[in-house]
Write a protein that binds this ligand. Structure first.
Ligand code: GDP
Length: 460
């Protein structure tokens, strides 16, 4: 999911690296690339338009400011706009003040409603709720059985019409409190809620019927159920794989039943991601859950911010960027950037300044863990000894101002003085100088190729 969109956006940002200022044509090209990447990912056109015009407006004239270079600023802008079209803040179920909370599921047949009913039930149960599933899908012959099986797997009770009588106007329900007669999905839903009240279930999940395509009768039925049960939440379940059709379907359901939130199902598939980016954008309803597999456990609360950084494939680099912005004092970053771009020698003074900025940002370990690809390395990171950095700092502080700006002039006698002054061995000083020389070289190369300034080449 999102891999190709990710690759495309990342490639776009690469072209901006090393630029001190974005020209109008840089912005135009970037916006064009972003537009194509979104269209190819099946994002709906109106959403693409809104997105790119917001990015264009904000990126125009983006200059080095604070700790960010223009490329980083564009990433930040794109990220913020992605979070916005994905719905902004994370939103989860709002529970009724007086239980039971009623959650109604709506969506096309095959979208994953029934599967999701089980997942949501298990998820709620885990949080200490006592949910009840209600089988109000009387359209498909085996829908009720499917919900019963799903409920059993999830360990959540199901309120269902008695088999053999489904769909007919004389459907008989075994509600557990004797046998009553019900006519249709609306009555089944009502009875389900009454049952929940009497059995003290605090949440009721009503699974409704879907059709293969949107039709008036289906919408009417869903709307009728809605008026009958007065749900606290109506969740529209949509298959993330349906691409461009997602917007039309979502609109039809928004008009026909109206819904309070969206569930994106089959996000484990190789969908291009357009549905996710379009549905919240066009309906203005938040995506609340992602369904990511056929098992009961495959449910995730949808976090627009995390999804955006997943799309941008940046780990939590964005958090890092923000921390850097806060940690570097005004002017500090610009000066660092100027030296960097001018490929001037990186000195031990610069190094000390960066160390103290790094310290202001938090523990090195926690920062490294936010870098992309570092997640798998957390075991090694746990072995990282932060005291090593204190030793390095002590060595640098034992250098004279001349030595800090002329590391190459640090000869044998200077080395042993520094070692004594900082309480380390001469060989540790040798190692530091050697690594520092490599870092200097690396930074010169980076500056020529354009790289990420701010925290380059921390030796060790
Ligand atoms: P309904 O008609 O809306 O109730 O849809 P179902 O719950 O019956 O799901 C339709 C099909 O999609 C079933 O084969 C499910 O196993 C499958 N399915 C549902 N959710 C997911 C999901 O998140 N990932 C994958 N891979 N398959 C899913």
């Amino acid at each position: 999911m999102f891999t190709s969109l990710s690759d495309r956006l990342t490639a776009t940002f690469k072209n901006l690296r090393g630029k001190g200022r974005l020209s109008e044509s840089d912005v135009n090209k970037t916006v064009r690339d972003i537009r194509m990447a979104l269209i190819d990912a099946d994002v709906a056109l109106p959403v693409v338009k809104e997105f790119t015009s917001a990015v264009r407006e904000r990126a125009t004239g983006a200059e080095v400011s604070g700790a960010l270079n223009p490329a980083q600023q564009v990433i930040k802008i794109v990220n913020e706009e992605l979070v916005t079209i994905l719905g902004g803040n994370t939103r989860t179920i709002q529970f009724a003040k007086r239980p039971p909370t009623v959650i109604m599921l709506a969506g096309l047949q095959g979208s994953g409603k029934t599967t999701f009913a089980g997942k949501l039930g298990a998820w709620l149960k885990q949080q200490g709720h006592t949910p009840l599933l209600v089988a109000a899908d009387l359209q498909r012959p085996n829908a009720v059985t499917q919900l019963e099986v799903t409920g059993e797997r999830a360990g959540v009770p199901v309120f269902a019409p008695e088999r053999g009588n489904m769909g007919g106007h004389d459907a008989v329900l075994d509600s557990g409190e004797g046998t009553r007669s019900f006519g249709d999905p609306v009555s089944v839903s009502r009875a389900g809620i009454a049952h929940a009240q009497s059995q003290l279930h605090d949440v009721v999940i009503v699974d409704t019927a879907g059709r293969l395509a949107v039709d008036a009768e289906l919408m009417q039925q869903a709307a009728d159920i809605r008026s009958a049960v007065n749900p606290d939440e109506v969740l529209f379940v949509i298959d993330a794989m349906i691409g461009q059709a997602a917007v039309e379907t979502a609109r039809a359901f928004a008009e026909g039943v109206d819904f309070t939130g969206v569930v994106l199902s089959k996000l484990d598939g190789d969908a291009r991601g357009g549905a996710a980016l379009s549905v919240a954008g066009t309906t203005g309803r938040p995506i609340m859950f992602a369904s990511t597999g056929e098992q009961t456990k495959d449910i995730e609360v949808f976090h627009p911010d995390r999804m955006a950084s997943r799309i941008l494939d940046m780990g939590d680099v964005l958090t890092l960027i923000e921390q850097a912005e806060r940690a570097f004092e005004a002017g500090e970053a610009e000066e660092m950037q100027r030296k960097f771009l001018a490929a001037e020698d990186f000195t031990f003074d610069d190094f000390l300044q960066q160390m103290s900025a790094l310290k202001r940002m938090g523990s090195l370990k926690s920062m490294l863990k936010m870098m992309p690809g570092m997640g798998q390395m957390s075991a090694q990171l746990d072995n990282l000894d932060e005291r090593e950095f204190d030793r390095v700092e002590a060595m640098v502080r034992s250098m004279t101002p001349f030595e800090r700006t002329h590391p190459k002039q640090i000869n044998g006698s200077r080395r042993s003085r520094i070692a004594k002054g900082s309480g380390v061995t001469v060989s540790e000083v040798n190692q530091l100088l050697e690594r520092f020389g490599e870092a200097q070289k690396m930074m010169k190369q980076l500056a020529r190729g354009g790289g990420m300034p701010g925290m380059p080449g921390v030796p060790g």
